[in-house]
Design a protein around this ligand. Sequence first.
Ligand SMILES: C[S@@+](CC[C@H](N)C(=O)[O-])C[C@H]1O[C@@H](n2cnc3c(N)ncnc32)[C@H](O)[C@@H]1O
Length: 411
Amino acid sequence: MSYVEESTVIDETIYDLINQAFENERKYKDAKYRNSIFTDFNEYFVKTDDGSYSIKSKEINHKVETLHTSTGAISESFEKFIKPLKLDYDEDIAILDICAGLGYNSSAAIDDFLKSSDRNLHIDMLEISKPTLAAGLMVPSPIESHDITKKAIEQALIDCGYASLELEETPIPENIDLKIHIDDARKVIQKLPDNTYDAIFLDPFSQNMSPELVSLEFFRQFRRVIKDNGIVATYTSSAPVRMAFIEADFYVSMGPIFGRFQGGTLASPNPENLTKSLPKNDEIKMALSDVGIPFRDPNLDLSSKEILDNRTEERHIARHNTKISSAVKTPIFLGQEMDDEPLKRRVERNLAKMNIPGVLSDEALYIVEVENDYMEEYFEDNNTRTRVLEMMKRLDEIKDKRNMPIKENGE
Ligand SMILES: C[S@@+](CC[C@H](N)C(=O)[O-])C[C@H]1O[C@@H](n2cnc3c(N)ncnc32)[C@H](O)[C@@H]1O
């Protein structure tokens, strides 16, 4: 089975029901099939705290997720994806909405744009699953602009032969162009032009379900298609995802906190777009230990399982060879006094394998010296990216016992 065929993505019962409803719509040219799903099978639609609806995913890797946070599906779109952008509404805007789902993120972008601009808005919406887009037609619109998105979704589903009736009545304003690509986002992005987007929304399921949508190589495509002043917004705070952005030539910072304990992530080729560094210990762990090893998908065509298995294998090989072991959070103790003797022994055993003789050794202090200048504020030459890259470089020097500078005062 191909990757696209495997991607049932939403709960299998509702997936089948929606497919059946549209098969009937095509056959009998009757609106009742599409219109009855939401009321007849309401239990499959999950009402989130702000009143907007979400759907459950199918079980992937023994986990079921909803498409949105329970705190509020449409609120999440505004808080995580729209508010952190610094769009210049005096110019035309181009947005890439990856994992468009029910279309909430694009709808929130349209809402904000219509309030602030009379220029042009272009959005490329990438979504692999037709029934998921179709579910976007069935949920009550949480904001008016979702009716505009619905019109574009309906048209795309008619164009590909999935839907057959034009039931959506809200016209798409002339200055808004919504293009929906129904395919694997990894394939679509390779065909998009360079240096085009002011913003990219990245809204996949979690990294254990969809590692292919947070790989280093996928983000290299982001770097190619985003403008030098653009911003990527995503809800995840995961170390390998943030490292992949850094390795793909982005600056990364904390995103807004909403519905989860940790803030999401913002990434931009331009550090001036970012304001808040990642927490200090997160920088240390991702730079120095195997948790920072990104997901890899060299030709943008591996299965989720292959990507997960390859990373597990790569972490295993890297531990004690090229990276400090992440066990017991070893790297965060570099340069720290430790009272807990058993823990200290474990930490120092891990460090010794990387040629670092102790938590307070010259080598340890040299590597994390970089963090003495840590500031939460984002500066062009002192920020999460510059510090992470410098710590990585210093760890490489120490492990190879190369170029270790001798301090002048003989310390
Ligand atoms: C968390 S949901 C996104 C919710 C969405 N942003 C919204 O506003 O409703 C993740 C979405 O990613 C889609 N998806 C999964 N794999 C994909 C792929 N390879 N390419 C494009 N979309 C994919 C799923 O079908 C699902 O709709």
